[in-house]
Design a protein around this ligand. Sequence first.
Ligand code: FE2
Length: 495
Amino acid sequence: MATSLGFHSLSDERATSLAVDGSLPAWLTGSLIRNGPGSFSIADGQAVDHWFDGLAMCYRFTFDPGNRAGTAVDGADDAVHYRNRFLDTDAYADAQAGTFDGGFATGESTLRERLAGLFTEPYDNTNIIVERVADQYRALTESPRATVVDPNTLTVADDVQYDGPEPSGQLVCAHLKRDPATGTLFTVETEFGRTSTYHIHALLGDGDRRHVGSVETDAPAYMHSFALTPHYVVLTEFPLRVNPLSFFKPGRQGPFIEQFEWQPDRGTRVAVVDRTSGELVAEPRTEALFGFHHVNAFERDGGTEVVFDLETIPDATAIDDLSLETLRQGNLDAVAGRLERFIVDLGGVTGSDRYGPGEATVRREMRYDEGTALPTVSPARWCRPHQYVYAMSMDQPTTEWATGVLKYDTETGAVAEFSSGGDYFGEPIFVPRGGGPEDAGVVLTVALDIDAERSRLVVIDGESFDERARVELPHAAPFDFHGRYFPEVQARAET
Ligand SMILES: [Fe+2]
């Protein structure tokens, strides 16, 4: 099946300047850095089993309108300087040596060994995203260990793990959330114990962090992301739960993720935590649901309502099926979701007053149920009301990867879809032009041309949603996870 090309192993590492077919906007002078599983092969003919365990590969696309760096690019006016590289982590070295036993879900080691690993030496196969934390570019995964990456060369400079006095955990939300108004980054970690705890921190500029608050739970949930508004951190505690004590029972073996059990009777708790005081101000419940990605969140009605958009996965039990074998066969139901809006009524009281049980409520609104994956909004709208959501267009249920990118208007329900030939698309990243309407800017996405067995970067105009430029890559890149656009990572003329 054609989709399987997106799950192949790429061994090719390149640093090259590429011609742009079309034109880049003059203001697009930064870099898109993407991250994902680049290879599933390990030494001695072995391979990882789970998509999330592929070895971290980063891809940098540096935009150079007018080719100010002066690199030869076949006469094109504009250039994109491309670099892809495996992150040279301990996990990568282990894979070369044939000793890699996975991090997330691969391997036959006992769960006890796996948990011991989480407590003593977290894995560093940081293949999910690259985020800027102060002056560092950190590749992240779901362990508390991050890899510091040079944004130009994609070489590994260091690895970081917090070891200060603030509480910390063993499992980390892969996605940080940033408030663009203050620049503050928030992170959520789960500390396993007899009573387990979700710890919320604000990351400070000097690599340190400030403990915001903690929320206790009797059975930790698998949470890949959370929501952030100007005043609140919102945890959606899905009923995909683990009993931490089960880690220590003898005889239980298997992938880490498979130890989380779908317990729909628990429903879903929405924990709203004050960003300043750390107080749990509301914890309404709704029915059982699951999702990986919170799209965006904001407050309205004078701060009495917290609104967040979440991509829900209709069949939560399908996340057991993210093995490479399953995905390569085209069973992609765990990847595709739908856009839902959740409205938390805080009970009509603002501030840090504690609400009594049952005063706060949450209601759900289905917004787009025709299939999405990896939804995003303009970073200029983070923590603020947004009109547009961008996502891969992926049928649900589906046996095929995303054949389009969509732009969903949350105000009118209108949908614009971009597609080209039979290309398969990755996560769309919106880059705002600065000023003008919310959709003034471009959408960057990497497409996989199945027929040509090559990938290309596609630049889509945000307003018209028409193609504006494309750049052919020298190889077929496997499907990756997430990217960020960094305006400050720019092309430099050779001297
Ligand atoms: Fe993610």
